[in-house]
Design a binder for this molecule. Structure first.
Ligand SMILES: [Mg+2]
Length: 280
C-alpha cells in the first residue's frame, strides 16, 4: 500500500450518476468506504451549485466541488485553513469564480442563432417542464438545473453536422468556448474542468504534499479534467462505448469496465486497495 494521499475528482452525469436515471445507487456501497478512508471526493460537473448541494447532502459529501464546467470552485469554510481570507465568501463557502456571467453567454448564443438561423434551444428557452422532458430529470431537479450562472447548455435541433460545426466555429470566433457533455452542448467562458481541478489540486497539495489524483469522466467536456489528474479513468457511455475523442487523444487513460457508475464502482476498487490508507 502506498503512502500517498489519494484525491478523487469525478464528473457526475453519465459517470457518477446513471445517464438515464441520474442515480448513484450503484455507488452507495462504496461511498461509505471512501468516506471512512478519508479520501477527498470532489464533484466536478456541468451541474449547478443548487444541484450539487442536493447531491452532496444525499451522499454525505463535505468536500470542495466544481460547478458548471469549471465556472466556479466552492469549498467549505475551514476546509483549507491556509487559504482562509484570500477568496470571496458566500453562504458558508469560499469561492473562486473562473467563468463569465451567463447573461453574456446568452447574448452570444442569441446572436449566433440569428446569424446562422440555427435551430438552437438552450436551457433559458425551456421551462422546467420542457427540460424535464428533454433530460429525463424530474421537474424539481430540472428547476435546480436551470439556476445557472456561468455555463449555458443547449441543443442544436438538427442532425446536420455542418450546422454543428458552424455553431462551434461562431462560438470560437467570439472568444468563448463550447464543449459537449453526454447530452448537451455547452457555451462557456475561458474556463474548463481542468483549470478548476488544477486550482483545487494546488490547495490540496498544501494539505497533502504527497498526493496522487484520480479523475473519472465519460464525455468530451471531461477531457481537461482527465488531462489534469495522475490517473485518468474513462467509463463507458450509456450505449456501451467509450468517448472516442478521449480514448484516442489521452494516452494512459484507464478504461473502466462498465457503463457510468457501474464502471466507476469497479475502477475505484484497485485505487482503494493501493492508496486507501486511513489517515494517521
Ligand atoms: Mg458526463
Amino acid at each position: 500500500m502506498e503512502k500517498r494521499q489519494l484525491v478523487i475528482f469525478t464528473d457526475l452525469d453519465g459517470t457518477f450518476l446513471g445517464h438515464h436515471d441520474y442515480s448513484h445507487a450503484k455507488l452507495d456501497p462504496v461511498l461509505p468506504v471512501i468516506r471512512d478512508l478519508k479520501i477527498p471526493l470532489v464533484y466536478c460537473s456541468s451541474k449547478t451549485r443548487a444541484e450539487m448541494e442536493k447531491l452532496r447532502e444525499e451522499t454525505g459529501n463535505h468536500h470542495p466541488f466544481i460547478v458548471e464546467n469549471g465556472g466556479a470552485v466552492f469549498w467549505p469554510s475551514g476546509y483549507f485553513p491556509q487559504a482562509e481570507g484570500n477568496n470571496e465568501k458566500r453562504d458558508g463557502y469560499h469561492l473562486l469564480e473562473l467563468g463569465i456571467p451567463r447573461v453574456k453567454l446568452l447574448q452570444e448564443l442569441n446572436r449566433i442563432r440569428t446569424v446562422l438561423g440555427a435551430p438552437i434551444r438552450s436551457f433559458a428557452d425551456m421551462t422546467a417542464w420542457d427540460l424535464a422532458e428533454s433530460s429525463g430529470l424530474s421537474v424539481e431537479a430540472a428547476r435546480l438545473a436551470r439556476e445557472r450562472e456561468y455555463d449555458e447548455p443547449f441543443e442544436i435541433m438538427t442532425q446536420d453536422s455542418s450546422i454543428h460545426a458552424r455553431v462551434a466555429e461562431q462560438i470560437a470566433r467570439t472568444g468563448l468556448n463550447c464543449t459537449r457533455g453526454g447530452r448537451y452542448w455547452h457555451i462557456l467562458g475561458n474556463n474548463d474542468k481542468g483549470k478548476a481541478c488544477r486550482f483545487l489540486m494546488e490547495m490540496f497539495r498544501m494539505l497533502y504534499p504527497s498526493m496522487i489524483t484520480a479523475g473519472f469522466g465519460d464525455s468530451a467536456n471531461d477531457l481537461p479534467m482527465l488531462q489534469a489528474v495522475d490517473l485518468p479513468i474513462l467509463v463507458k457511455r450509456g450505449d456501451g462505448t467509450y468517448d472516442p475523442q478521449i480514448r484516442n487523444s489521452l494516452s494512459g487513460v484507464i478504461l473502466a469496465e462498465g457503463v457510468g457508475p457501474e464502471g466507476w464502482a469497479r475502477a475505484v476498487q484497485p485505487l482503494l486497495s493501493r492508496f486507501g490508507r486511513p489517515k494517521l
